[in-house]
Write a protein that binds this ligand. Sequence first.
Ligand SMILES: [Zn+2]
Length: 250
Amino acid sequence: MGVDFGVPSSVPRAKGSKFPETSCRVRWRIALGWALLVGSGAAAAEAALCQHGHRQSPVDIVAPVRARLAPLEFDYRSALLTIANDGHTARVRTGNSSRLKVGRETWTLQQFHFHTPGGDRLAGEEFPMAAHLLHKGRSGQLLALVVWFRLGAENPALKALLPHIPANADGDHRIAGAVADPNALLPARKTYYRYDGSLTASPCTEGVTWLVMQQALELSPEQLQVWRTRFADNIRPPQPLHGRVVHESW
Ligand SMILES: [Zn+2]
């Protein structure tokens, strides 16, 4: 469906105007009005999806159903560290060399970032932090892989990243001599939950595959404190399941 931002043919023209530019101004004003109208319609549709969508993320995982889910075959590679502070979180771009195979589908890791608190919950339990590893499929579909953190020992992957978070929200920084290894964000056990979800921020687009690793990593209270000095809480609360089933691999 196309959207025509042109002026409708019924727009009155200022015939015989002493100031030919007036008709032009009228046309532009009306065109702008239409653009704003169409724009606000799109914004309203977004807001409606965020508020009333039935397949939104994150969720509280209660009563997951055991299923023979395809094993996760990770082929993650280290890449030169490219990190950004986007004002809400630290985001690491991973190039296009890391892949995740799930059954017949191959997904390419695009970036990972962090949330406090952890977003997706387990039977009501909230985790202090989570990593979201975002993947793209061949036809552009999205897959989010969630890794929870609970308080405990110092986390080596975070230890390597925290000092490199840029002070300002000013785009990607390539850090000379530093590498990002997404493997370091994976727990040893590769069992997971799976559900149909969405982007967690506007436009809240649905149709995103969510995989949540069952085993959590640890981070130290000091590391969480360092993060909190940089970023405010940045995740929406769990969204209703609306009849969705969360599957659990085993
Ligand atoms: Zn996220």
